[in-house]
Design a protein around this ligand. Sequence first.
Ligand SMILES: CC(C)(COP(=O)(O)OP(=O)(O)OC[C@H]1O[C@@H](n2cnc3c(N)ncnc32)[C@H](O)[C@@H]1OP(=O)(O)O)[C@@H](O)C(=O)NCCC(=O)NCCS
Length: 166
Amino acid sequence: MKIKILDYNDEFQLDNLIDLTEKSVSNEKYWLPISDKSREHFFDKKWTCFFGAFLDEQLIGTVGLFFNKNEYDESRKEIKLNDDGIAEVGRIMCHPDYRNKRVASRLMEEMMDYVNKTDLKILLATAHPENEPSQKLLRKYGFVKKGFIVKSGNYERDILTRKVHI
Ligand SMILES: CC(C)(COP(=O)(O)OP(=O)(O)OC[C@H]1O[C@@H](n2cnc3c(N)ncnc32)[C@H](O)[C@@H]1OP(=O)(O)O)[C@@H](O)C(=O)NCCC(=O)NCCS
């Protein structure tokens, strides 16, 4: 398995993996629909950085890092976090054929190595309280629950954070 940062050339595969994830998610409440604005900035380096896992050239998993406050500000305010050096970790997905084989874990490790070399101070993530794989993954990588929010009307989310440099 190879991991790299995605660029425009990976757009088609990323769209396919998103479609597949949306169709295969065990509870539709676990996957917050992607806004047009967020999607427009998927390959805008100031806004988003997607780490992608490839097996034989096929994209099988992603972890997204979102630097723009439009992505995380609602959650940040909810837990009264200072707006200083924050990025949101999200759009974590693994192709259904490869789940529970550490694909997302390997991506989280790669993302953490990257983040350690930046000025970022805090990572924020949200997960449905009952999305066990997502909750386990985040907690394994040091995320701790700091609050709760209902996003876009009816998407319940725990808000979790971790310091970049512990
Ligand atoms: C969440 C998701 C990305 C995890 O990907 P993955 O590659 O299967 O994750 P990993 O294999 O690295 O496992 C991560 C942890 O979750 C656990 N886990 C994985 N699948 C699980 C399952 N079905 N039930 C319970 N725990 C599970 C693993 O045991 C591991 O914990 P551990 O290392 O302490 O044992 C994947 O389940 C997925 O794509 N879900 C649909 C999309 C989604 O809900 N994304 C999160 C919202 S942003």
